[in-house]
Design a protein around this ligand. Structure first.
Ligand code: AMP
Length: 213
């Protein structure tokens, strides 16, 4: 089973994809995580990518496709949860072609719907574990000594999770990614799930969509 998550920034894609990865034995492919790894490398490409991410701008479609292909070629999995890809209609078309080449298809596209203020609060409160990828929120989770509950690593904030950067990312989303939602709606592949409230309730609603209930 292959799934796509489309949503505004900080809507909870990463958190839900992490839960689904465990529940359904799928691979959580976060293009944001992939890019942050490159941004941390001491290379020209790393510097370029870091600047784009930090300003809430998108990395160009051809590079994204190349990185995605490289990543998928290393995977041996039941299925993939695409978290953060596609972010443009062009990327959605590229993904269709890639799936066809791989003799695969996308089963469902899940749109996590959330208002801007809720997403802003999730962004400014978010802390992540660079070791195991767990995601927490200082406003909603009980965090002890700023350490990951799962592996004990010190938690860090993303550079792009300030209010100003969030606003840029939200604008980018409205211009480039909102049309992706209409694209999948027209293909009858889109399922909308509210991403307001408790993460377990949201997860249960996503499960209902996946299991066709
Ligand atoms: P995320 O972790 O999904 O919030 O992504 C963080 C940042 O990585 C985004 O704000 C973009 O700058 C970049 N990014 C992630 N996925 C893509 C993509 N599919 N296309 C272009 N840029 C991306």
């Amino acid at each position: 089973m292959n799934l796509i998550f489309v949503a505004p920034p900080a809507a909870g894609k990463g958190t839900q994809a992490e839960m689904l990865e465990k529940g359904y034995n799928l691979y959580h492919l976060s293009t944001g995580d992939l890019l942050r790894e490159i941004a941390n490398s001491d290379t020209e490409l790393g510097k370029e990518v870091k600047e784009l991410i930090d300003n809430g701008n998108l990395i160009n479609d051809d590079l994204m496709l190349k990185l995605l292909k490289e990543k998928i070629s290393t995977l041996n999995t039941n299925g993939i949860i695409f978290d953060g890809f596609p972010r443009t209609v062009n990327q959605a078309e590229m993904l269709n072609e890639l799936m066809e080449e791989l003799n695969q298809n996308i089963d469902k596209v899940i749109y996590l719907e959330v208002d801007k203020l809720t997403a802003l609060k999730r962004a400014t409160g978010r802390v992540t574990c660079s070791n195991c990828g767990s995601i927490y929120n200082i406003y909603f989770d009980n965090i002890v000594d700023n350490k990951c509950d799962n592996c004990g690593q010190i938690l860090t904030k993303r550079n792009d999770d300030t209010e100003e950067k969030f606003n840029n990312r939200f604008d980018t989303y409205m211009v480039n990614t909102k049309p992706v939602i209409d694209y999948y709606k027209n293909l009858n592949m889109l399922y909308t799930v509210s991403s307001i409230g408790n993460k377990n309730d949201i997860y249960n609603n996503i499960k209902k969509v996946i299991e066709g209930k």
